[in-house]
Each structure stands twice: as structure tokens, then as C-alpha cells.
Design a protein around this ligand. Sequence first.
Ligand SMILES: [Zn+2]
Length: 270
Amino acid sequence: MRYFIVIFITSLLILNTHNAWAAKLAIVIDDFGYRQHNEEQIIGLSPFITISVLPHSPNARRIATLAHKHGNDVIIHLPMAPISKQRLEKDTLFPSMSESQVKTIVDNAIVRVPYAIGVNNHMGSLMTSNLPGMINVMKALSGYSLFFLDSKTIGKTQVKKAAAGYNIAVLTRDVFLDDTQTESSISQQFDLAVKLARKNGVAIVIGHPHQQTVNVLRAKLASLPADIKLTRLSELTIPISERPKMTLKEIVEKCKHQFEAVTNLKLIEE
Ligand SMILES: [Zn+2]
């Protein structure tokens, strides 16, 4: 028995060193700057939700400032050209633009969205699949300490390849919450993200300020399983060695929650 306890605690400590057992769920809500009422509701839900602001939206500066004051991470939702024909934001980035044109647009976006600590692409199936175009974006970003969240609007994205060599941390979206704007579909997507977080240790979801998304998030966050930790996006870009370690007491508590979660799961299956 004593042998078992020693092995058990040792494995917990090893797990903790690699931070492998905290199932982290990062929620990013983008397209911010147009729908003030819904956006304020989202900010009010939790300071752990990351807010992504369109630089040329009418409320960009005000909503970014409000989110920052509430403790939410703020990122820039940088408009990039899609393959399909859609209504484009002002200053949408195209592969055909020169390095200096891209730099001017990126610099301007950074000025328009105060407190931003990162960037993710708005649309961008055409732009993010173009390596020279994305290299121009990474060059423009390299003068700032910003990470890049790939919204992954296309399978053959070149974001990681382009960022290599420019010292820009890249994160990738796992789940879109509200491609289908019904509460039942959004709820299913949320559960899928929880499942992925448990499986991979982390999941990044992207949603939009639709009323249905607000409703589902409110309900889901109020009953978030104990083994899932809502996590700011910025926490995922910190190297593992620099992340805060858990105390033994926290490890035992966490283990208790995990055990309860597993027990509950079994009960439901039965
Ligand atoms: Zn968008």
C-alpha cells in the first residue's frame, strides 16, 4: 500500500511538472466591435474569455478598453482575404499586397486596438494559405511581442511555416462554436471542446457574439466540470517551464475532482 502511494504521488508530481493534467479550455470570441450589447454580456461572463476586436469596427477602442479593464485578454482580429466572395472589412490583407502595404495595415491595426497581446485572422482562407503573403504578415508583426492564433479557416494554412524564424508563438483553433447558430448545435460544439481538452490537455474554441452563443456560454460556464479550467489565451503561449507549479494540496484536490468526474461519467453511461 505504502509502495502504491509513493508511486501515485511521484506520478502526480511528474504529471504536474509537464502541466499535462490541467485540462485547459480557451474561449475566444471574435468579430468584436459591432454588437455592443452582446459583447458587453460576453465580457461580463468571465475575465478568462479572450476578446478579439476588428480594428475598423466602430467600437474597437471602447470595447478593447472595457475588456482589458475587466481582465480579459484582448487580441486583434486581423481581416484577411477569403477565397469565396464575402463582404470585406476595410484594410483586408491580400496576398498581392507588398511588404510595406501589409506593414502599414498591421501597424495601423495595432494602434486601433489598444491592449492587444496577440492576433487572429478574420476569414483568411486565401491569405493564410499563401506563404509569401503570410511571411509579410509575420515580418510586420515581428517588431511587436504578439502571438498569432490561427483561426484555421483553411486546411492548408501556412501560418506556422511563415511564423518560423520570426520568433512568433503560434496557437491553433480546435473548434468553431457557432458555425450553426442554434443553441443545441453550439452546446454540442462546446461539449466537443471539453472532450478535446480532456484528451489533449488543451482546446481552443472560437465563437462569435451571437445571442445564442451568449446564452450557451452563460449556461455552460455556470456548470463547468471541475476538471476543466477556463484559460486565458496568453497562458497557453507561456513556455511550460515558466508556468506556475501546483502545490501538493492543489494536486490532491485536482485528483479528487478528476476522480469524481470519472465516477460521474460512469454513472451517466450506466
Ligand atoms: Zn471574424
